[in-house]
Design a protein around this ligand. Structure first.
Ligand code: GCO
Length: 256
């Protein structure tokens, strides 16, 4: 079998929240596999820095700064893609925030903010991307970034947990409506990955020890370790896979 099955040359990938962290690692990985990368974040400066970083690595990259949780901003961004002749073949709904607080103390505004960014945004961006994939009749790939919290809860992370559980089911809903049109929608569930969002957890000796004791791999994951699953789900290798979630967690969800 040829490795061209995993070749993304000629495809364009929009990765939301890709100016840093997991999103940037996925941008580097999909770019190295041949895709043109659209870097997204809310801020122009962060997007431009991400584009320059990727270009420095020889990756074809452009930027699109917009708030993925703002319906009007998402629509306007896709209208700009249309006007510029940019056709998105691969969408990675990666943008996400964390808010750790016991539910009894949690303000509705914080609950809503996490759900808007971590779940509703995937619907808003997915809807616009799928609309165009259907119109083009060439199918496409949607990869939603879930979490261990797509499957299990950790106290003090309720809105994040609920949103990531929703990401798993949104991937199935997308498959239910769009798979017949050649759009494969799936999810990746990262485990405890050493990113800036988790820096405080890594630095906490008790939490660090818990992650290592609870994980058969006995270590935190690295963002780059998500790239293989992303290339797989972004490529022809997954053309008959719909509505699945691949946990890249060292086995943490598989053991007691
Ligand atoms: C936490 C962490 C987790 C990880 C990751 C696990 O507070 O427990 O932020 O949510 O970020 O999502 O899969």
């Amino acid at each position: 079998m040829s490795l061209s099955l995993f070749d993304l040359t000629g495809r364009t990938a929009l990765i939301t929240g890709s100016a840093r962290g997991i999103g940037m690692s996925l941008a580097e990985g999909l770019g190295a596999a041949g895709a043109r990368i659209i870097v997204n974040s809310r801020g122009d400066d962060a997007v431009q820095a991400g584009v320059e970083h990727l270009r420095g690595a020889g990756i074809d990259a452009i930027g699109a700064a917009f708030d993925v949780a703002d319906e009007a901003a998402v629509r306007a961004a896709f209208e700009r893609f249309d006007a510029d002749g940019i056709k998105i073949d691969i969408l990675v709904n990666n943008a996400g925030i964390q808010h750790r607080q016991p539910m009894l103390e949690l303000a509705l505004a914080d609950w809503q903010r996490v759900l808007d960014t971590n779940l509703t945004a995937a619907f808003l961006v997915g809807r616009e991307a799928a609309r165009r994939m259907l119109q083009r009749g060439r199918g496409g790939k949607i990869i939603n970034i879930g979490s261990l919290m797509s499957e299990a809860a950790r106290a003090t992370t309720a809105p994040y947990t609920v949103a990531k559980g929703g990401i798993k089911m949104l991937s199935k809903a997308m498959a239910a409506e769009w798979a017949a049109h050649g759009i494969q929608a799936n999810a990746i569930g990262p485990g405890y990955i050493h990113t800036d969002m988790n820096e405080k957890l890594v630095a906490d000796p008790a939490f660090d020890a818990w992650v290592k004791a609870s994980n058969p791999a006995r270590r935190w994951g690295q963002p780059q370790e998500l790239v293989g699953a992303a290339i797989f789900l972004a490529s022809a290798a997954s053309d008959y896979i719909n509505g699945q979630i691949i946990y890249v967690d060292g086995g943490m969800l598989s053991v007691l």
